[in-house]
Unconditional design. Structure first.
Lengths: 239, 289
């Protein structure tokens, strides 16, 4: 569904990504893990069209989308839930959801999609007339995900969905991501919570210093010494 | 004859035009993050467009808007595509100073162009019913200015409805709040920028017409109206069209009342004092968030 080859991204003179190659198959959940500043968010933002790469190619469903603008990518079926949620805080929950369905294709099916989003996140229906900025952190994350679903994406990019949430809420959000995936949405997610990310994802890529240093099935990565030491805080050979 | 209430009436009448002038400036500032200091010159151009068509065809001054609006939209189209797209494409921090340079340049060009085309004389629009005054409770309401207030209020009401009730309007508000997030919703930012700029130019044109009908127009009024609009934007804060309208009324009343309390010499100072006080005490403005 998504193929990336030889992608270099730079902010002025500062190169953030080097020769990234990545593939996400239809129906997969793929996790992207790595330390702060590794370039994970930059990679998602580049896929979503917010950042223009210096070199390389991004293809979505076989079509090159390397220099397509963000709003056109939404029409084609790519939605990004950005880092920090980026809700329209001064607008109501309902208006945020309406804006999520801005593309013509999504607009005609808005009522249907909204019913689905309310079914996944019943709290959003209760809070629909409240300003988005007045919601709790967990509710804001639910709204951010719900708003992106309103576009009826085929590929959902999630940038740290567990950011700033209580552990109990994190668990709930991760279950919902799995549920969204079961409904046919392919997912590429950046996640700091490595055990949770690798528990949810089928495959994962590890990004360090702007380069992909490891990839493979999540279960296999969990067994690698480097992952256990750097991301799980375990010593090699211990259980 | 009660002097203060009458001055308050005059203040409300002129203040409604301050409010209308400010909505356009506020919209472009809020959405494109551009400070268009040539906004007053657009008001001046709108005034001349109406003056011209009334002088040539002798139509009703309020009907002249049917001519002025398309003219202003054409002017706005060329301004936007010729100059402001470049500013809007630059980084957010650079937009203000780039737009100031372009805006002051434009203001000079429009000012001198107007002197060439229409001479430096003050012009007004007069018709058969221009001088009529409605009297209520001993207060005088000049009919042209009352029409101006009504028109300004209707335009702002319409703008409020557009921004809150239509999909495109909501997309414009979303762009103002976070353009990147708006782009991720599938909103074409170029389109919302263009529409916001067009609306701003249109409101400037309407304001210019109403100013010329109720008062007068000359090539030099531009800077004065930019300044009034800027004071109202600071006074009211960004984000609410109704708040901006109320801010305009407040400035109008404060100015008019000051002529009684402090004497006419201080009329222009009052707005600047309000400007400073608001910036010190409540920098987000009275109705801003």
């Amino acid at each position: 569904m998504l193929e990336i080859e030889g992608l270099d991204v730079a902010y002025d003179d500062l190169q953030a990504l080097w020769g990234i190659g990545l593939r996400v198959g239809s129906g997969e959940i793929v996790a992207l893990i790595g330390p702060n500043g590794a370039g994970k968010s930059t990679l998602l933002r580049t896929i979503a069209g917010l950042v223009r790469p210096r070199r390389g190619e991004v293809r979505f469903q076989g079509q090159p989308i390397t220099r397509t603008r963000p709003h056109d990518l939404v029409r084609r079926g790519i939605a990004l839930v950005p880092e920090g949620r980026r809700l329209f805080a001064r607008m109501s929950v309902l208006e945020n959801l309406e804006l999520g369905a801005f593309t013509p294709g999504a607009r005609v099916r808005r009522n249907e999609t909204q019913a689905w989003v309310y079914q996944i996140f019943p709290i959003l229906r209760e809070r629909r007339h409240q300003l988005a900025g007045s919601l709790s952190g967990g509710e804001q994350q639910m709204l951010a995900i719900g708003r992106s679903l309103m576009a009826r994406p085929r590929l959902l990019l999630l940038d740290e969905p567990s950011w700033g949430l209580a552990p109990r809420v994190v668990e709930q959000i991760l279950q919902i991501i799995a549920e969204i995936n079961r409904r046919g949405v392919t997912i590429l997610m950046v996640e700091q919570n490595v055990p949770a990310a690798l528990g949810l994802a089928g495959r994962a890529y590890i990004l360090e210093m702007g380069r992909i240093v490891a990839e493979g099935p999540a279960a296999e990565l969990l067994q690698r010494d480097h992952v256990r030491r750097s991301y799980l805080g375990l010593l090699p050979g211990t259980a | 004859m009660s002097l203060l209430p009458q001055q308050i009436v005059y203040g409300l009448l002129v203040g409604s035009l301050y409010g209308l002038a400010a909505t356009g400036l506020s919209l472009v500032f809020g959405v494109l993050k551009i400070l268009n200091v040539a906004h007053g010159e657009l008001i001046m151009l709108g005034g001349y467009a109406s003056f011209w068509i009334v002088a040539l065809l002798d139509v009703d001054p309020f009907l002249s808007l049917l001519f002025t609006l398309p003219v202003m939209l054409v002017v706005g189209f060329f301004l936007y595509h010729g100059l402001f797209t470049f500013v809007a494409a630059s980084a957010e921090e650079a937009r203000i100073r780039n737009s100031l340079l372009i805006g002051f340049g434009l203001a000079l060009v429009f000012h001198n162009l107007a002197i060439l085309l229409w001479t430096a004389d003050e012009r007004g629009i007069t018709t058969a019913y221009s001088g009529q005054v409605i009297r209520v409770l001993g207060l005088a309401f000049p009919i042209m200015r009352l029409g101006g207030l009504a028109a300004a209020f209707l335009v702002i009401l319409g703008l409020h409805g557009f921004l809150h009730r239509t999909y495109l309007g909501k997309a414009i508000r979303a762009t103002a709040e976070d353009w990147e997030a708006a782009a991720l919703m599938g909103i074409n930012i170029d389109t919302t920028y263009r529409v916001a700029f067009a609306v701003s130019v249109a409101t400037a044109g309407i304001a210019g017409t109403l100013v010329t009908i109720g008062y007068s127009v000359s090539p030099s009024i531009g800077l004065e109206w930019t300044l009034k609009a800027l004071i109202v934007v600071v006074l009211a804060g960004l984000g609410s069209m109704m708040g901006t309208f109320v801010g305009g009324l407040l400035l109008g009343v404060a100015e008019s009342a000051s002529t009684i309390l402090l004497g006419g010499a201080y009329r222009e100072v009052v707005g600047l004092i309000l400007f400073l006080v608001i910036l010190l005490a409540r920098p987000q403005g009275l109705f801003g968030r």
